[in-house]
Design a protein around this ligand. Sequence first.
Ligand SMILES: Cc1ncc(COP(=O)(O)O)c(C=O)c1O
Length: 370
Amino acid sequence: MSEAARLKAEGRDLVDFGAGEPDFATPENITAAGIAALAAHNTKYTPTAGTAALRAAIAAAHRRDFGSDYAADDVLVTSGGKHGLFNAISSLVDDGDEVILPAPYWVSFRDQIRYVGATPVLVEAGEAAGFSLSLAAIERALTPRTRAILLNSPNNPSGAVLPPELFRAVLALCREHRLWLLSDECYARLVYDARPYSVGAEPGARERAIICGSLSKTYAMTGWRIGYVLAPPAARAAMLALQSHSTGNATTFAQAGAVEALSGPQDAVVAMLAAYRERRGLIVAGLNALPGVSCQLPAGAFYAWANVSGALTRLGMSTANELAQKLLREAGVVTVPGEVFGGPAHLRFSYAAAPEVIAAGLQRLRTVLH
Ligand SMILES: Cc1ncc(COP(=O)(O)O)c(C=O)c1O
């Protein structure tokens, strides 16, 4: 049990900036569709790749949201986005291969790559460049063992949104060197200024890109465990075989809820994004007002990735982990230390929390850091 979970179990009043999930309930129309499916006894196996209705809904929603041209047959429904990534990495990356991975990264990327015996080759997405990447840095990391390049935009933990030009250039690189472009689009609809973008809509992407998507964050459906992969036929067949002999289909009545999420009204997504925007302003301003803390405005997702190196120096600490422990013990504030994401000068604050919770958390931080 983590220390935060232990303190919570002891009844300690915590402000939790740690959880990487929406604080909103799943929208009612989606819940109703899941309940209706259960009431209609939709509780048997479905095809391993998912119901025809959900695969069609995923292809149609991807076209609506990103302008792509996938068909239902390109879709594999998975038990969450993490499962889709696992299928992709397990099927397409071998022992001894290398996968280029921008840092900071979501920790499961690194561990899934290692799990198959491959090596994550880190490329820094530096703060000075707004946590974006240069093509040159990616090119420098290429070796004869490179098998795939994994991009995640908006990024967890930095919230950075990569420009379409970079995606296009990386796609061209992947085509030239016959590499896979693994694109994690878990937060792709949660962008504040840019238009939602998917490399899957680019010409030639359907042969080289593996798109891993999820309903978890966009629709506040983390516990439903519905994600998907869009992939070319041979790659999809390999993932389907793995899934067929491991997890089988995603939960049947959750798939029915997912059809409603993707095909029904999208106003809840718009409303949640508006709420995240307001919270983003609140937390970023509050963090920047703390001594020794600086935080860029994230362009997407719901994470503030705060540079705490000044605070570490002031407090005579050497790691973000130590600071996270101090904030937890002395202020009851839960954060995630940057070491976990390959960014040891930072703390990640999830702002998927009500404005009054954010305000209370900032007040507590002031008492410890001032
Ligand atoms: C970058 C990224 N990708 C994928 C996921 C997977 O989400 P899920 O498995 O709930 O769909 C997460 C969840 O935190 C994430 O942050």
